[in-house]
Design a protein around this ligand. Structure first.
Ligand SMILES: Cc1cc2nc3c(=O)[nH]c(=O)nc-3n(C[C@H](O)[C@H](O)[C@H](O)COP(=O)(O)OP(=O)(O)OC[C@H]3O[C@@H](n4cnc5c(N)ncnc54)[C@H](O)[C@@H]3O)c2cc1C
Length: 325
């Protein structure tokens, strides 16, 4: 590991002043469940590490006039157990999926949103769009866990399970820098990088995620369904997070967002619109699942993910509507 300077500020203002103009200047440290591994592997080598865990204003989950605010330092476990999140099973199911108990206790919301991709080529130091000797390592190598939707040129999958849930819930990501604050729609927070110098989120090197804000529209039925290879310390193969606004027993409007299938959470707009005016049944949910993966372009090793993603959408819709499959 490269030597680095360590700072542990007590306020957000102090923390922001310690960040730099480039990612190499400084890295934010929350629970460290991702950053420390990257540093040990030499994939991240910041000159300064800024521990934010002492900053009280980044903690807590509280109702505000604008919606539910979850602080960036809320742990995955707090999100799983907080009574304030009971109306958002899309989020709590995403939290339940993060294994293990140790990761749920240390890992934070901000860290989950900013965690780097799990692509094995990225983790081996080949960058977000990995090439070697003129070859695209993903398309010519082992692509079994890579993108099926929204990929190109980047083919990694966004690792955050909270991301799709927050997009489905129309949440905003709260961001601060020394120059002020901004609110970024969750859907725009995740970005598919076009080159290896770009990042996979809209965050700048001198910014900190301070939390998220979820509009508390009453009666929005929501759910997340995850498909995993096995019950183990791993990320899902595909997830679907959905939010339904109902008019009686039929859908007034729907949002369907797939996770772990592309470089950003993938919003299946046409599939969601096809549900308007319909009741959620096994048939309509399955049709929406099929429509959601219609644009899929699997790579040579991951066609199996297409069916899995369709099933995730179907089961998330049934769970949100409270229909037994
Ligand atoms: C075995 C295992 C299984 C996992 N399974 C899942 C899963 O199923 N689904 C899922 O979504 N995740 C999963 N994770 C990822 C886990 O949720 C993240 O590692 C964790 O949430 C990261 O939080 P952290 O506080 O430890 O982040 P850190 O390691 O401290 O930071 C991670 C990154 O985010 C940046 N960062 C952290 N906080 C902020 C902030 N407030 N503002 C700006 N930048 C920030 C850091 O600089 C770093 O780049 C898994 C992890 C492990 C190890």
């Amino acid at each position: 590991m490269q030597p680095f300077e360590y700072a542990s500020p007590k306020t957000l203002k102090e923390a922001l002043a310690l960040l730099g103009a480039s990612w190499a200047d400084a890295a934010v440290l929350a629970g460290g469940t991702d950053l420390l591994g990257l540093m040990k592997d030499g994939v991240a080598a910041p000159k300064r590490v800024v521990n934010i865990k002492e900053i009280a204003e980044l903690k807590g989950i509280a109702a505000t006039p604008k919606g539910l605010r979850i602080g960036a330092l809320a742990t995955v476990d707090e999100m799983l157990t907080s009574p304030a999140l009971r109306a958002f099973p899309a989020l709590t199911e995403a939290a339940r999926g993060v294994s293990s108990a140790q990761i749920r206790n240390m890992g934070t919301l901000g860290g989950d949103l900013c965690q780097r991709p799990r692509c094995w080529y990225f983790r081996a130091g080949f960058g977000l769009i990995p090439t070697h000797a003129g070859k695209n390592l993903v398309t010519e190598g082992d692509s079994r866990y890579h993108a099926i939707l929204g990929g190109g040129p980047a083919q990694f999958v966004s690792a955050s399970s909270f991301g799709p849930a927050l997009v489905a819930l129309n949440a905003k990501v709260l961001v601060a820098s020394s120059a002020g604050t901004r609110e970024v729609e969750a859907a725009k927070f995740f970005v598919a990088p076009l080159n290896n110098d770009a990042r996979e989120t809209a965050l700048l090197p001198n910014e900190i995620v301070t939390g998220v804000l979820i509009p508390t529209a009453s009666g929005v039925k929501n759910a997340t369904y995850e498909v995993r290879q096995k019950d183990a310390l791993d990320w899902p193969l595909a997830t679907a997070s959905v939010a339904l606004t109902m008019k009686g027993s039929t859908v007034a409007s729907a949002k369907i967002v797939l996770g772990h299938v592309g470089p950003t959470p993938y919003t299946a707009e046409a599939a969601a619109q096809s549900l308007a005016g319909k009741a959620i049944t096994a048939e309509t949910a399955a049709a929406a699942g099929k429509a959601a993966v219609g644009p899929a372009k699997p790579l040579k090793d991951n066609a199996y993910k297409v069916q899995i993603a369709a099933v995730a959408v179907k089961r998330a819709l049934l769970a949100a509507a409270g229909v037994k499959s």
